[in-house]
Design a protein around this ligand. Sequence first.
Ligand SMILES: Cc1cc2nc3c(=O)[nH]c(=O)nc-3n(C[C@H](O)[C@H](O)[C@H](O)COP(=O)(O)O)c2cc1C
Length: 365
Amino acid sequence: MRTDMDMVLNDTSRRIAARRALQDLWQPGCDFLGSEVAILGGAMSWVSERHLVAAISNAGGFGVIACGAMTPERLAEEIVGTQALTDRPFGVNLITMHPQLNDLVAVCLAHNVGHIVLAGGVPSGATIRRIRDGGARVIGFTPALALGKRLVKLGVEALVIEGSEAGGHVGPVSLTVLAQEILPHLRNVPVFVAGGLGRGDAILGYLEQGAAGAQLGTMFAASEESIAHAHFKAAFLRANARDAVTSVQLDERFPVIPVRGLSNNGSRRFLQHQAETLRRFQNDELSREDAQLAIEHFWAGALRRAVIDGDIEEGSVMAGQSVGMVKAVRPVKDIIVDLIEQAVDALLRRDERLHNTHPESALVK
Ligand SMILES: Cc1cc2nc3c(=O)[nH]c(=O)nc-3n(C[C@H](O)[C@H](O)[C@H](O)COP(=O)(O)O)c2cc1C
């Protein structure tokens, strides 16, 4: 007869087995990143600085500094500052169109940064080679299978596929579809999924489809260690998924790069600004180039205004649809532990279902 103690021991060993199963699933991601868990903190301009990056790495994940428009000197300071707060691995995200890209790469290499994430465009073979020759690993982004394969041929060693649910600059395709298009066909490098992720059970689903890990931004932007202004975090706590919308383009002659964020007075004024710019263009008051520039300049400095100054009405409050799952400002460690436990619970629930129908197939008999 099974005693209470037998049942406790069985529950404990089932949980240990489920943890091991999760570890097996994301081990390729952990091996590549050198982290305990294959959860990357997606680089977020102004948000992903030394405190948040170190907190994510210290919690067992993999923090990534957002270089954004930083100068090489500022980036060097940020790397050194992060290294003072953690001895765990972390990465640096560089925007490929930064005019000093080569200098930024040199700074990363000089400071022994192990991983460089190249974002915002297709990186050149020369940049990839420079990074690899310098001893660091290269992570790229791909919005499609063909480009992913090309990047791997060029020497990119891991990829992030980011769905349109994500915060910040986004492509048009959801993670659900990208994952199906890409994960079964790109098995030779670790692929990390991003966009709209807020729970461990969802991450588990993608690991089972072949992902090596996951990248999250929004959940960490509102963490205790994030330096984002209290107003910025409060806006995240109030928001629902449907409040995180992409910027609207008024006229196809004047392209607007879609950015997902919380709608506010700034996003409403952006529409009026486009309409007014269009009117001036049609009245020959502005050339086509000047009109395009006027539209592009509208948001200059707007993310900083929201994140640092706390102006959440006029600034750009970039956020993913996962913002609806931000329920409290919590330490990074707790967020990561929850993600792990939710994945483990999902495995256990499945195991229980299997055990009920096929007792021989359970994790622990
Ligand atoms: C406030 C904010 C700023 C971001 N800035 C950048 C950036 O500078 N570079 C980049 O590659 N991605 C940026 N992202 C995207 C994140 O790195 C990450 O991929 C994304 O947040 C994942 O989706 P999620 O927000 O639904 O978790 C930003 C996202 C947010 C929310």
